[in-house]
Each structure stands twice: as structure tokens, then as C-alpha cells.
Design a protein around this ligand. Structure first.
Ligand code: FES
Length: 122
């Protein structure tokens, strides 16, 4: 399977991997195709995502796409962050094999769940 150079860069040195200990909300999503799980942690200040991390047992595509998503979401308002799409991720990492699309949307769903959970508790 062919991955772009950008995918490998994010996979080898993810900047946003791990937990956020003082997160204001956490969102989770499971991949029904492979059974992998993704968690997104967000820290919010004045409606803006001040910090973000992801944790997953997913594959290269899931890690690279989620790291990219975190990079895009950091500094955005909750409304802007929940509108981020697969196309926004692909613009950054160039391409992903078609059979890996379900992996790359895991982070998006987990982030939207984190935002939903944040709104429920605030
Ligand atoms: Fe499970 Fe990609 S194969 S997240």
C-alpha cells in the first residue's frame, strides 16, 4: 500500500498523540470496519480549541489523518472545528489509499463527539 511522504511524516512524528490530562471534554469513536478506537481530547477557552490530542489503536492512516486534523483544529472555534472534513485533511496529507478512508474519518467523528460532550457539560 502506497502512502504519501506527508502521511509518513505525521505517522512517524505525530505532534498531537497522547492524552490531554486537563481536557475539558473527550470524544470517542469506534471503527466498525476494523474495530479500532479513537479518542480526542480538547481544551477549550472562550469557545476556541486551545489544545487538542488524540489517542488511538488505529493504523498509519488513522494516526496521520488524526494528527493532521488536530493541527487544523487547534486555534479554531468549536463551530469551525466541527466543520472540518475529510477533504480538509487530504489537502494537507495529499492522499490516502481509498480503502483507508474509513480510518481517516475516525478522528473527525471523535472530534465532533468531543465538541458535543463539551457543549453538554458547559
Ligand atoms: Fe483500523 Fe485503520 S485499519 S483505523
Amino acid at each position: 500500500m502506497e502512502y504519501s511522504k506527508r502521511v509518513f511524516e505525521h505517522f512517524q512524528k505525530p505532534k498531537f498523540a497522547g492524552e490531554l490530562k486537563d481536557a475539558d471534554a473527550v470524544g470517542e469513536e469506534g471503527n466498525i470496519k476494523c474495530g479500532d478506537v479513537m479518542k480526542m481530547y480538547i481544551k477549550v477557552e472562550n469557545n476556541v480549541i486551545k489544545d487538542i490530542r488524540f489517542k488511538t489503536y488505529g493504523c498509519i492512516a488513522a494516526i496521520a489523518a488524526s494528527d493532521t486534523l488536530c493541527e487544523l483544529a487547534k486555534g479554531k472555534t468549536l463551530e469551525e472545528a466541527e466543520k472540518l472534513t475529510y477533504a480538509d485533511i487530504i489537502k494537507e496529507i495529499e492522499e490516502l489509499p481509498a480503502i483507508k478512508i474509513h480510518c481517516s474519518v475516525l478522528g473527525i467523528a471523535a472530534l465532533r463527539n468531543a465538541i458535543k460532550n463539551y457543549r453538554k457539560s458547559n
